[in-house]
Every structure is written in structure tokens, then in C-alpha cells.
Design a protein. Sequence first.
Length: 301
Amino acid sequence: MDPFVAVLMGGTSSERSVSLSSGHACAEGLARAGYRVARVEVRDDIAEKLLQIRPSVVFNALHGTGGEDGAVQGLLENLRIPYTHSGVMASALAMHKINAKHVAAAHGVPVAESIVVSAADASASHVMQLPYVLKPVADGSSCGVHIVRSGEAPPQLAANEAESADVMAERYVPGRELTCAVLGGKALGIIEIVPKDGAWYDFSAKYEIGGSRHICPAVLPPDIEKKILRYSEIAHRAIGCRGVTRSDFRHDPDTGELIWLEINTQPGMTPTSLLPEIAAYNGLTFENLVSWIVEDASLRR
């Protein structure tokens, strides 16, 4: 394969800044690994740009709507340009949190009870027993997430706060924040995330230097560790994912409950991101990781 890689980054979703950070990091890593690289900021003219530069492969470093939901994957299929990460159907399914949970649960992965409600209803009254979490049905990077704790009033959601008019209400699961990376269908390892000052893992905790502490590998009871590794592989396979993914979990050590929250088909590649850290623990440098992702690229994913 001619090693000319177009790294797609930016886009128009709420995760644009994260995508730009991921994209630049990946472009630099690929250049260090010996690839010819074009950095492509995604706007409405992305098809024309790609036809002009004619890359041999696209590294998809987009996050959120338009880049992670099957849309750009469909465009790349039509342009017949091999691309990285998951394909059209798996991307669309994984991005829709409720649908992804239905599939994971059907394959034996434990999930928390959840319902879809309108943003208006969620603002007017409590939509399920407290405590619970409100999340956009299709968004990432903790954008638009509200934890509604006992004794609190319903949050007043802005009409444009979620990228969809609907939100997901999900039973709140206390405990430890854990994530597991999967590479080529095989679980790599688990990180525990400890947000600064006891906060939750929000946008700043994810992307600000020092916003959270990462424990890699996570120190877990052996049975919980095995379950997380297994459930991550099951979710990756059941949803039809390719390349790399990251599954997020909550584990309550007081009750022993373990809950799968969601799968990320475009894991962040920023300086504070979790996938590169898990890969490094397993002996994969950043250059090794981005090279593997590029060599795994294909059509009809």
C-alpha cells in the first residue's frame, strides 16, 4: 500500500476541539513512523478535498456527529477510499447509546436500566427514580451529561444542549470509573480513571492536563477484571466494530455490581487519552499504535 494517509480531523460536532487534538497527534505519529501524511480539516467540501489529494487510506480522527456515526464512513465507501476504525453500520449503532445497549445486553453484557425521553420532559420533572444520569442519545466526550442526585431538581436542558431532541435517562451506578481498550477484537487492558477532587469524569477531567489520575493497569478483583475484558470483546464483536474500540464501565465495590456503559468506536488520541496509555502499557508506542490502525484500514468494514 502506498503510505499516503489523509488524517481527517475537526468536523462540526461538539467534539471538534478533541478531534483536532487527536488528529494532529495522529498525523505527527504517522509522520514519525514514515508515512506521507495530509492533515485534512473536515468541512462541507470534504469529498472534493479527498478527490483532489487522492490518499491511499484515510485515518479517521473525527469524533461525534458526522464523523463517528456512519456518515463519513458512508462517504468513504462511496469514494472507494480505505479507512480506519469501524464501518457504517457499527459506527451508527455504537453512536446510538440505547440501541448499542440493547445489542450488548442481548449478548449477555450487563447494562443499567434506561429510557429515552424528550429534553422538554427531562427538564419538567424527574423521569426516573433518583439518582439517575441524563445523556444525549448520540454524543460523546461527556458533552451534555447531567448527573441528577437525590434531592436535586430536574436540570433545565437547553433546547440545543444535546445534538438530538431526545436524551437518555439511565440509572446512576456509583463506584469506580473503568475503561477497557480492544485492538483487533482482543482486549488490551483496563484503566481506572480517578477525576480530580472527587468530581465525575466530565469534559475537563478527560482533556485538561491533571484533570484526572489514571491507574494503569487498574487494580481489580480477578473476577471483575476477567469480566471487563470479556464484556469488552463481546460488545466489540456484537456491535460489529473493527480496528480499535474502548468500552466504559462502572463497578460498585460495595455491591459488586459491574455495568457496561457504552462503546467508543473512535477513541481519543490526545495527550490525556486512555487508548494510547493502555497501548503503551502493552508495549505499543504511539507510532506502533497509529501504524497498526492504518494497516488495518479497508473498505466494507
